[in-house]
Design a protein around this ligand. Structure first.
Ligand code: MF3
Ligand code: CO
Length: 250
């Protein structure tokens, strides 16, 4: 199918879809606290989808059973919400959420502390956010996917962290996962050139310890191989002739 470039109009629709996503993420960030279950977070997201007349991009995707992913501590991505998973002081929580509006998909993620977290988790959240910001700055015509990977990997490793290589970002539009894949490290192949109209969901996943992850028996939850914490930030960005256009602004 190849890379699908977007018109200015399509980019505005993507911005609308991402507005719903950011509303949900910010609501959850404000609501999440010790004693709250990850299922409650899913419920809040469902109510906002209803209110905004938007659809979930995740529910039913390859059989995924919820509208958001809530990944705690050593969970990297794709944690399934559960009544039994209750947040506690000192947790680091990554929330990933996707919404469809006007036929286009918004997809974003953020990681934040629950109550008081230790220095390592604090730094991990900070550095992962910075990795995403550095990658966003590379979204200009003429750059390559490798510039994104180098920006993420360079900053993560300079801070003593490691980059998850088993999951990648992606093009996004009418479908949640479009070409190209957007690796956060290594040498991407094919090393696509960034051109005006490309919209990419950039999503660094950074680990405090080893880069390797494994998927649990539920078929979804990805955890770090060494059990140390992980963080994840994601936003959609369009390449334009006047620089990176962040569609999921928070
Ligand atoms: N942000 C994730 C992604 O880009 C969301 C997928 S979760 C799923 O792949 F449940 F929808 F699979
Ligand atoms: Co994504």
């Amino acid at each position: 199918m190849g890379v699908v470039l977007k018109t200015r109009k399509e980019i505005e629709v993507l911005r609308e879809a991402n507005r719903v996503v950011v509303e949900v993420l910010e609501d959850i960030k404000a609501f999440a606290r010790p004693g709250v279950s990850t299922m409650e977070l899913d419920g809040r997201a469902r109510r906002i989808l209803e209110k905004r007349k938007a659809e979930s991009a995740f529910l039913g995707y390859r059989g995924y059973p919820a509208v958001l992913c809530a990944s705690i501590n050593e969970e990297v991505v794709h944690g399934i919400p559960s009544e039994e998973r209750v947040l506690k002081d000192g947790d680091v929580l990554s929330v990933d959420f996707g919404a469809v509006r006007g036929g286009y998909v918004g997809d974003a993620a953020m990681t934040f502390a629950i109550g008081e977290v230790g220095e390592e988790k604090k730094k991990l959240i900070e550095v992962t956010r910075e990795c995403l910001e550095r990658a966003v700055l590379k979204m200009v015509p003429g750059n390559h996917l490798s510039d994104i990977a180098e920006a993420v990997q360079g900053h993560a490793e300079a801070n003593g962290f490691s980059v998850v290589y088993q999951f990648v970002g992606h093009g996004i539009g009418r479908k949640m996962h479009e070409e190209p894949q957007v690796p956060n490290c290594g040498r991407p192949r094919p090393n696509n050139k960034l051109v005006e109209g490309m919209v990419l969901a950039i999503e660094p996943m950074i680990n405090a310890g080893v880069p390797d992850v494994k998927v649990l028996e539920d078929g979804w939850t990805a955890v770090t191989a060494d059990g140390r914490p992980s963080a994840h930030f994601e936003r959609s960005v369009a390449v334009t002739d006047h620089g990176p256009d962040v569609l999921s602004d928070w």
